[in-house]
Design a protein around this ligand. Structure first.
Ligand code: 13P
Ligand code: SF4
Length: 350
């Protein structure tokens, strides 16, 4: 495909969203990337949060983290370029270790992945021996390696239920844990440093606690910022708006929204409903991508909160990743093998 054909392809989806001048510029880069992709026998995976021009031009597959993990596990290409953040690229390496996995921006991290270490998980396991550990896929490989099973926002409740355990350690997203607790009817505690240092869980705060989920106070720096007041204000201005919230939002926000689900679940929900106005409480770029796929529906966006990590992934950096073979994701084999068990168990749960 030459750059004119690429421009026409992008324009057919994005003419109402991205100005022509940007489409022409990015179409040229997309053509370069596609040539490099063939030369390197590469596959490009694009998370739903990628900016619209990138999302609609270069990925072979787009989707949420569960979807893209499966695609990474299945690919027979030599190189996987992950247009997403580090924990996603690491998950691809864990699942498909013989491939070269590239992340276009070396600093594209995640506040949730930064919120917990492998030593923290070991301390929890020592405090609650025998209790299974579920970790959100938004963690680094060494944390996954300490876990029994991973989950994503699209299968978190199903993963917890699949364990048939009286108590489960669920890490590290405080809000996802609270949303899962509500969905599954389980009670949750967040162990304090005092408790981890040896105090009895039941007696913490002098109250006998009835809990089945043990959480951690990590938060997504984007989703934690949406408030019930934001929802009320938008509803006052647009009374017929349908509001969708990612489960990394607080339980107050997910309750006040009309629907809560993973990025793929939100996309499906908009596709299948007939309302004229929608507001997605998640990374703003996804609003653009959903608007492009649903031209007859009006997508409101709250773009004052952005994911700085996802936004580091540009088309220029993706081209350079293929050109200069950077930034290579490595996971030490002893950690990878342990993390593989937890991630592989996860991708088998729908
Ligand atoms: P999804 O699994 O819903 O794509 O979410 C990933 C993520 O990082 C959300 O902030
Ligand atoms: Fe992490 Fe939040 Fe960014 Fe998702 S949106 S990658 S959870 S910081």
């Amino acid at each position: 495909m030459n750059s004119n054909e690429m421009y026409e392809k992008m324009k057919s989806k994005l003419s109402r969203i991205v100005p022509d001048v940007e489409l022409r510029y990015k179409a040229e880069i997309a053509v370069e990337i596609n040539e490099l992709k063939i030369q390197r026998n590469a596959v490009i995976l694009g998370h739903n949060y990628m900016e619209p021009a990138l999302f609609h031009s270069i990925p072979d597959f787009t989707g949420d983290s569960l979807d893209l993990s499966r695609k990474a596990a299945q690919t027979d290409k030599d190189v996987i370029v992950f247009c997403g953040v580090r924990f996603m690229a690491e998950t691809a390496k864990i699942l498909n270790p013989t491939k070269t996995v590239l992340l276009p921006a070396t600093k594209a991290g995640c506040s949730l992945a930064e919120s917990i270490t492998a030593a923290d998980v070991r301390a929890l396991k020592a405090k609650f021996p025998g209790v299974p550990v579920v970790t959100y896929v938004n963690t680094y490989a060494d944390v996954k390696a300490e876990s029994d099973i991973c989950c994503t926002s699209s299968n978190a409740a199903a993963v917890v239920e699949s364990l048939h355990a009286e108590t489960v350690i669920f890490l590290p997203d405080e809000y996802l844990a609270k949303n899962v607790a509500r969905e599954t009817g389980k009670h949750i505690i967040f162990p304090s440093p005092r408790l981890l240092a040896g105090e009895s869980a039941e007696e913490e705060g002098g109250v006998k606690l009835d809990y089945q989920l043990i959480g951690w106070r990590g938060r997504c720096e984007v989703h934690e910022k949406f408030t019930v007041k934001d929802i009320e204000t938008v509803r006052a201005q647009f009374p017929d708006v349908v509001i969708l919230a990612h489960p990394e939002c607080s339980p107050e926000v997910t309750s006040a929204a009309d629907f809560s689900g993973s990025t793929n679940a939100m996309i499906r929900y908009v596709q299948q409903s007939k309302a004229p106005h929608y507001l997605l409480l998640t990374e703003c770029a996804m609003g653009d991508n959903v608007a492009a796929a649903n031209p007859e529906k009006d997508m409101l966006r709250l773009c004052m909160v952005r994911c700085p990590h996802m936004n580091m992934i540009t088309m220029e950096d993706t081209r350079d990743a293929l050109k200069f073979n950077r930034y290579i994701i490595e996971v030490p084999e002893d950690i990878r093998v342990k993390a593989y068990r937890a991630v592989d168990r996860m991708i088998k749960i729908g």
